[in-house]
Design a protein around this ligand. Structure first.
Ligand code: AHM
Ligand code: MG
Length: 343
């Protein structure tokens, strides 16, 4: 085993960084890791099992079939319920937050926001999907945790991470002291440290967005696309276009290689498509910790004050220089549009 560091070993080792830690956060991360392995098992055999059937149908064994995103949701809620550290799970799959009321979670202090299976349009076609999670400490003291405990700014996150179920399965997380990635070794069933201290290059050459929506993009995004496609040797342009349609997979690739992922507002989704609490905040925390930038086109994602559970936002995230250029164009062209409207 020499030279291998498992996720469990790493978490315990890092607990020393938090002088007053009682191990609750470590146990919470461990529980998420265990649920991720169970979800991974099902994702891996998705083409073989009856798991692709619509939720609510019955398989040949007479068991209720579940779609993979419903399955993942159930697994994470169940792991967080039995772990005893979490008082609320807010999940993209449920309309309301889920209060955890179990004998072991009486004194639980943590809130988990989770997108159990992101990239659902890729589930049935064997393309990478992911899980995204975000952890907050509850603000209220005593009594039952409430919606106010969930609606915290991204800057209040104590940890965030994602799991990518790809050609290999990885768990990447931060507790605010850098970003570390662990690859699942199926032969021992453990996540092993494979990508220590991940850093996103300041300048990349990959842009990722759904260009099919071009006509509905704000002017600043159209101008950024033009910029990305214009030849300029000094800045390595034209950039290359890569879009998987799984936020986790697109951002994971850009984190390693350098790039920008954009899901802007569109004419049809004036507030953006992606969710602040389950997708953008955790990814923004990770990318910032890796040296990158995450913006809604005008302001830092982590500074957005959430007002509702399923709040959406536009997102521009990745290599710092690329995001800053996109932000400049967004600001320039939105003010020109405003000036035009006034004139
Ligand atoms: P989901 O949570 O319903 O899976 O939606 C989120 C996904 C992201 O992973 C992905 O980047 C984006 O939606 C793709 O959207 P589109 O198909 O509009 O390009
Ligand atoms: Mg999602």
């Amino acid at each position: 085993m020499s030279g291998i560091k498992t996720l469990g070993q790493f978490i315990i080792e890092k607990q020393a960084d938090f002088p007053y830690a009682k191990g609750e956060l470590s146990r919470l991360l461990r529980d998420i890791g265990i649920a991720a392995k169970i979800v991974n098992r099902e994702v891996n055999k998705a083409g073989l099992a009856d798991i692709l059937g619509a939720a609510g149908t019955i398989n040949v064994q007479g068991e209720g079939q579940q779609k993979l995103d419903v399955f993942a949701n159930t697994q994470f809620i169940s792991a967080l319920t039995s772990g005893g550290e979490c008082c609320i799970v807010a999940t993209e799959e449920e309309d309301e937050f889920v209060p955890i009321d179990s004998p072991v979670s009486k004194n639980a202090r943590y809130i988990v926001c989770i997108d159990p299976l992101d990239g659902s349009s890729n589930i049935d076609v064997n393309v990478a999907v992911g899980t995204i999670f975000s952890i907050y400490r509850r603000k209220s003291i005593g009594g039952v945790a409430t919606l106010e405990d969930v609606l915290q700014k991204g800057t209040q996150q104590v940890a965030a991470g994602y799991v990518i179920y790809g050609s290999s399965t990885m768990l990447v997380y931060t507790t605010g002291k850098g970003v570390n990635g662990f690859t699942l070794d199926p032969s021992i069933g453990e996540f092993c440290l494979s990508h220590p201290n991940m850093k996103v290059p300041a300048a990349g050459n990959i842009y990722s967005l759904n260009e099919g929506n071009y006509v509905h993009f704000p002017e600043g995004v159209k101008k950024y696309l033009k910029y990305a496609q214009t030849q300029d040797v000094a800045t390595n342009r034209p950039y290359t276009s890569r879009y998987i349609g799984s936020m986790v997979a697109d951002i994971h690739r850009n984190l390693i290689k350098g790039g920008i992922y954009i899901y802007p507002t569109t004419a049809g989704s004036p507030k953006g498509k992606l969710r602040l609490l389950y997708e953008c905040n955790p990814m923004a925390f990770i990318v910032e910790q890796a040296g990158g930038v995450a913006s809604d086109g005008f302001n830092r994602i982590l500074d957005i004050e959430p007002t509702e559970l399923h709040q959406r936002t536009a997102v521009f995230i990745g290599s710092s220089e690329m995001v800053k250029t996109a932000e400049e164009l967004m600001k320039q062209y939105s003010s020109e549009q405003r000036a035009g409207a006034v004139a």
